[in-house]
Design a protein around this ligand. Structure first.
Ligand SMILES: [Fe+2]
Length: 361
């Protein structure tokens, strides 16, 4: 089969005058496949299950006239963008305006000047071809860009996870702490009505909040006995150290805020900046609640998991002193809904006491 023949555009010519249809066919035949229909209704029926590249529409036809056919084409999803050229005997300024307003791309006068019909058809088809090519190209490029973006996001997530593993490797008692804090942070934020993009952001901040522990000696992190003041100060430095580590990620400056300020307290007695109330960055206040919750519901070197009621009491007690009352309130709701105490990482130790005399790392 002739390949060129297959690639020819399809032109649907609609006219109640057979002579006209014959003329269109002989003029456009060399450049297009011409489908001839003798009424608007038959043409619309044809269009409901065939694709065409252009419609040549007679203006005056018995039954449904050209304007009505065009209006129906524009209403239908499958034909709303198919270009239409009107064929008309008489045309004045008023009609000309009407034709364009109705959405036709052009018109040709009858009887045809073969050259004019050919040229106008060729231009419209060429234009359509370019438009379609451009549309395909844009769609292809958009998809490519989306794939690249998704790959970058995956790479970012995986890199973060790799960093998180380095903290876990160092602190044997807080295995999975970062991921759980990230998860609790997301849960609280979701309850607070944050957008999906913000939830993703907060999750990453939660994951990296303790990254500064990389710079704290393992002997101090894993020490079972009471810390000296000096050791405690070294532990505290994981906040500023974390902020320094994350600072080069300038595309995501909040990461370093989460690391720096997650040990601030609502009453101003936290560290490293001693900020209080709403002066503490909002996201850090949120992470602080999630962090404390996980500290109590996971095993530590000096105790097991606290009973749920005790955990609840500790959050309640810290509401408005240690914690932002709003986020602490949400945490309390989450605890109350967790009837079976599933939000914890290890078995409960009935003897485990609260934060008493021990500032959690
Ligand atoms: Fe921390």
């Amino acid at each position: 089969m002739d390949e060129n023949k297959q690639k020819k555009p399809t032109v649907l010519a609609v006219d109640d005058d057979d002579v006209n249809l014959f003329m269109v066919n002989s003029i456009l035949g060399p450049m297009a496949r011409v489908v001839k229909k003798s009424s608007g209704i038959v043409a619309l029926k044809y269009l409901s299950d065939h694709n065409v590249d252009l419609v040549l529409l007679d203006f005056n036809m018995p039954g449904m006239d050209g304007m009505e056919v065009l209006a129906e084409m524009r209403r239908r999803e499958e034909t709303k963008n198919v270009p239409v050229i009107f064929m008309t005997g008489e045309i004045d300024v008023e009609l000309e305006t009407e034709v364009f307003q109705a959405g036709a791309v052009d018109f040709v006068r009858k009887p045809f000047a073969p050259m004019v019909l050919k040229e106008r058809t060729r231009r419209v088809l060429q234009n359509e071809y370019l438009k379609r090519n451009l549309r395909d190209e844009v769609a292809e490029q958009t998809q490519l860009a989306e794939e690249r973006l998704a790959a970058h996001i995956r790479l970012f997530d995986q890199t973060i996870l790799a960093l998180v593993k380095t903290i876990d490797a160092k602190d044997k008692y807080t295995q999975g702490h970062s991921q759980r804090v990230a998860e609790y942070t997301r849960m609280i934020a979701k309850r607070a009505g944050e957008s999906p993009a913000r939830l993703q952001e907060l999750y990453s901040m939660g994951l990296l909040h303790d990254i500064g522990k990389i710079g704290v000696p393992s002997s101090i992190i894993n020490k079972n006995s009471r810390l000296t003041d000096e050791e405690y100060n070294i532990i505290k430095s994981h906040t500023t150290l974390g902020a320094e580590i994350l600072k080069p990620i300038v595309e995501f400056p909040k990461l370093s805020i989460g690391a720096r300020n997650h040990h601030e307290r609502w009453d101003g007695r936290g560290y490293p900046d001693g900020l209080s109330g709403e002066d503490i960055p909002k996201d850090a206040r949120l992470i602080a609640v999630a962090d404390a919750y996980d500290a109590m519901t996971s095993r530590r070197s000096y105790r097991g998991v606290m009973e749920q009621e005790r955990v609840r009491n500790e959050i309640e007690r810290g509401r408005g002193s240690q914690f932002d009352p709003y986020y602490a309130g949400i945490m309390l709701q989450l605890i109350d809904e967790d009837k079976e105490f599933k939000m914890r990482s290890d078995p409960v130790d009935p003897d485990a006491l609260g934060f008493a005399n021990r500032v959690d790392k």
